[in-house]
Design a protein around this ligand. Structure first.
Ligand code: ACO
Ligand code: HSE
Length: 456
């Protein structure tokens, strides 16, 4: 690797993770972190995904070390669904009812509600609105603390706020929860007209359906022009669709920023998603999608956790895993005696975190919407669709992204008439670079937005 980023602030915080001073990563300037057993919270001690009944420890029948070692967590720490439900603390959410949504695949989703958060003030000219679109397991909590109603702190606090690149002293920022998700907009955990959660009956929805709901949200808010629609990853898919569906619906998209995303989901990404979906479907506690009345610990947290650990692998880079974790065992574990390597513990940790805060059906519904994403569908192909975009467009990729390859970003920048030359974040972190490399991303987005404003 020719270039590595500077050490990240916060990585040296011993309460967060122990600095790994062992061989992997030595010689690079990246301050990789890992974590000792002692620093894990008690509930996460051997992390994380319930792997079934306790296994015998000790020696195998072959006389060699046994592979079987219990890593069982208390399954009751996993809710059947981590979805936000009516009656839960609303936090900073607001809700609008948009009625029935006609679906691209046919049929309709009745009684749709969109939950969103907003910051700043819409000016008198109504030309300072910015729409921020979250990724697969993100939500409307773009900035702000974790707290009642918000399981995680804002995922883009460095990007959105007073004086930030998307300056809420200047712009009115709106972030909806995606339809099909689990944080307050209608999704599989919502109640269907029969009064029971949708579960397995929730229809297939597409990225265009999600954007159609966001267009109705715009109308409800009286916004007929967005200064910027910005999204990363799955949010970038929606932002791209916005550039075409918005104007068709009479809503201007003055500019769009498409970050670590693609115009059409490639086969490689479909392949990565397949075992994730299979893991959820294969979990007997998924029950085909009808698990909402299950007790804590009796929901599909195993399948969802496996899906997340596969996905998380694609969100990071091979370089990081090799240099940050390498072959280091986790804490006192001995992989020769059934213990884990640190990278396994790390993936288990992210698996269990998501399984506690997300909903398995939403994971399936949103992943499927990503798989069918194709900007060119019914528009004469991707190139024709990209060439018909009239908005100013900023395209940002991450050089080590192995999920949304930089070539996907380059294609968008090449084909969209008013796109700027592609910008690549240089990062060791892969796809998640858009959640980490704020020193690079902040100025890129901030200057683009300032330029849009200036050119008016
Ligand atoms: C646009 C959107 O909508 S984003 C979607 C919503 N956000 C997400 O899904 C983000 C999920 N989180 C992540 O992907 C990452 O944590 C990021 C991108 C936010 C931050 O990345 P980084 O700062 O590099 O964090 P990293 O990947 O090292 O994870 C840190 C966690 O791993 C834990 N960890 C590190 N090493 C180990 C280990 N060996 N064993 C177990 N856990 C470990 C840390 O203790 C820390 O735990 P915590 O988050 O519970 O405090
Ligand atoms: N960490 C992000 C990556 C996918 O863009 C998410 O979970 O949504």
């Amino acid at each position: 690797m020719s270039e590595v980023p500077a050490p990240r602030p916060g990585c040296d915080d011993p309460s967060r993770a122990a600095v790994d001073t062992r061989a992997p990563g030595a010689g690079t300037s990246v301050q990789w972190t890992t974590m000792t057993d002692e620093q894990q919270r008690p509930g996460d001690r051997t992390d994380d995904v319930d792997r079934g009944a306790p296994q015998p420890q000790g020696w195998s029948r072959s006389g060699g070390p046994s592979r079987a070692q219990s890593r069982r967590l208390d399954p009751t720490t996993f809710p059947a669904s981590g979805a936000w439900r009516p009656g839960d603390p609303v936090g900073d959410r607001q809700h609008v009812e948009i009625g029935a949504l006609e679906l691209e695949g046919g049929g309709q989703l009745p009684g749709v509600q969109v939950a969103y958060e907003s910051w700043g003030t819409l000016n008198d000219r109504r030309d300072n609105a910015v729409l921020v679109l979250h990724a697969l397991t993100g939500d409307s909590h773009v900035t702000g603390e974790a707290g009642p109603g918000h399981p995680t702190a804002g995922w883009w606090s460095e990007m959105v706020g007073p004086g930030a690149p998307i300056d809420t002293d200047r712009y009115y920022v709106v972030a909806p929860n995606v339809v099909g998700g689990c944080q307050g907009s209608t999704g599989p955990s919502s109640l269907a007209p029969d009064g029971a959660p949708w579960g397995s009956a929730f229809p297939i929805i597409t990225v265009r359906d999600q954007v159609a709901a966001e267009i109705e949200l715009s109308r409800s808010l009286g916004i007929t022009s967005w200064a910027l629609v910005v999204g990363a990853s799955m949010g970038g898919l929606r932002a791209l669709e916005w550039t075409l569906l918005g104007p068709e619906a009479g809503i201007e998209v003055e500019s769009a920023a498409i970050i670590a995303s693609a115009a059409q989901t490639p086969g490689d990404q479909i392949a990565w998603a397949h075992p994730q979906l299979t893991a959820i479907h294969a979990d007997p506690r998924f029950r085909g999608g009808d698990y909402y009345d299950a007790a804590d610990g009796d929901g599909p947290h195993v399948g969802l956790g496996i899906a997340r650990s596969i996905a998380h692998t694609t969100y990071r880079s091979a370089l990081e895993f090799d240099e940050r974790f390498g072959r280091i065992p986790q804490g006192g574990d001995d992989p020769m005696h059934g213990g884990r390597f640190a990278v396994q513990s790390y993936l288990d940790h992210h698996a269990s975190k998501l399984a506690r805060r997300f909903d398995a059906n939403s994971y399936v519904v949103l992943t499927e919407s990503m798989l069918t994403h194709d900007l060119g569908r019914d528009r004469g192909g991707v190139t024709t669709a990209l060439q018909s975009i009239r908005s100013r467009v900023l395209v940002v990729g991450v050089d080590t992204d192995r999920l949304f390859l930089p070539a996907e970003s380059e294609r968008i920048a090449r084909e969209v008439p008013r796109a700027e030359p592609v910008r690549l974040l240089r990062s060791a972190y892969g796809h998640d670079g858009f959640l980490i490399e704020f020193d690079q991303l902040g100025p890129i987005v901030g200057e683009f937005l300032a330029g849009v404003h200036k050119r008016r």
